[in-house]
Design a protein around this ligand. Structure first.
Ligand SMILES: Cc1ncc(COP(=O)(O)O)c(C=O)c1O
Length: 373
């Protein structure tokens, strides 16, 4: 271990301020810690922020994805197509309902589902597509929606990493299909743990509200349950923090965009592929800053050198189909999804958050330049 050049630089950090503290304290002092008035206030602000008519807050992004499988009727024997280059929850939600996850390969630059690969993976058993906006970059919705319409398949958007991103001039969440959001502390905004599902349909929203609260019917009296549900509620303390975060969401997103732009400059002469730039159809919401190392570079060695300099990095993202439980359950193996596997072997997340100081970014860029050379 060499002597650290400065303070340790962490991968991520939430932006929590006095306003957040005040809002959480207010709920704490009110004594109404769950199913109070704060949850609906948070839901209404979030619906406005993404341009969706309805929003149901839930206990996590994973819970939201699981409920979406119920929403679109996924069950035993069905297949659900999703991206292998994502967080495991994008695929696990199908397994929870007895369906089989089917992985389609990704585009090597957007890291999102390649619509042609999705089309090739459709079978008579395909019930839904879970499209992921990985690292906050919008997936190809026009092509995916067209596929879903043509084949009678449901589309669910895993936008857990993409709050604030836009596709074709409109915020993700406003394109008609259910979209799932997540608020773990490394996300653009946080509620501690927490998530939400936004929908355009009142009927879907009512089903979500019932399913997250143990299957209670809106009309039923206390402890009358009309269907099998879950406890996937978001408590009011978390919702209060969510309100504080939404109040400053634009500032958070701007700050993250500025850090990304500054990384782009600092890494211009470093031999890595930096994240894809926005274009007329895609505006990213910056979640993590992931670079792709040149083929043949020893990523483990690079990570160790950065760690020696006090810099945290992560091998984002392993391909889901190669996780041990996936191999055991479905017999998946190397070579099935070459683009995803190649990206998984070469991509690296650098420290990234809204208030990462320029001098820390310089330290990261210098250390990366040295490690690769
Ligand atoms: C793409 C994606 N999907 C789903 C999730 C699950 O969210 P949560 O951790 O809130 O369950 C995450 C969170 O990391 C994610 O990044």
């Amino acid at each position: 271990m060499t002597e650290l050049a400065g303070e340790r630089i962490n991968l991520s950090a939430p932006w929590i301020d006095e306003r957040d503290e005040e809002l959480v304290l207010e709920v704490l002092r009110s004594g109404w810690l769950s199913l109070g008035p704060t949850g609906p206030r948070f839901e209404s602000l979030l619906a406005d922020a993404v341009g969706a008519p309805y929003c149901a807050a839930v206990s996590s992004g994973t819970a939201g994805l699981h409920l979406c499988m119920r929403l679109v009727g996924v069950g035993p024997g069905d297949e659900v197509i999703t991206s292998p280059y994502s967080f495991v929850a994008s695929a696990n939600c199908a397994i929870y309902e007895g369906a089989t996850p089917v992985f389609a390969d990704i585009d090597p630059h957007t890291y999102n589902l390649d619509p042609a690969a999705v089309e090739a993976a459709i079978t008579p058993r395909t019930k839904a597509i879970v499209a992921v906006d990985i690292f906050g970059y919008p997936a190809e919705y026009d092509a995916l929606i067209a596929l879903c319409d043509r084949h009678g398949i449901a589309l669910v958007e895993d936008s857990c990493e993409a709050l604030g991103a836009e596709y074709k001039g409109r915020r993700l969440g406003s394109h008609g299909h259910p979209a799932v959001w997540a608020f773990y502390p490394n996300k653009q905004m946080t509620t501690g743990e927490g998530g939400a599902v936004t929908t355009a349909s009142e009927e879907q929203h009512e089903l979500l509200v019932s399913l997250r609260n143990q299957g209670r019917l809106e009309t039923s009296s206390w402890l009358q349950h009309g269907r099998l549900g879950f406890n996937y509620r978001l408590d009011d303390l978390s919702a209060a923090l969510g309100i504080g975060q939404l109040e400053k969401l634009d500032r958070i997103l701007d700050a993250r965009r500025a850090v990304a732009a500054s990384y782009g400059e600092l890494l211009a002469d470093v031999d890595v592929e930096v994240p894809l730039a926005d274009d007329a159809d895609h505006v990213r919401s910056w979640f993590v800053y992931v670079v792709k190392l040149p083929a043949g570079v020893d990523r483990g060695g690079v990570m160790r050198r950065l760690a020696d300099d006090g810099i945290a990095t992560a091998p984002y993202l392993p391909s889901i189909h190669l996780q041990s439980y996936m191999r055991e359950r479905y017999g998946f193996s190397e070579g099935m999804l070459p683009v995803s596997e190649d990206c998984s072997a070469r991509t690296l997340a650098l420290p990234f958050h809204a208030r990462l100081p320029r001098e820390d970014q310089e330290r990261v860029a210098d250390a990366l330049r040295r490690a690769i050379a």
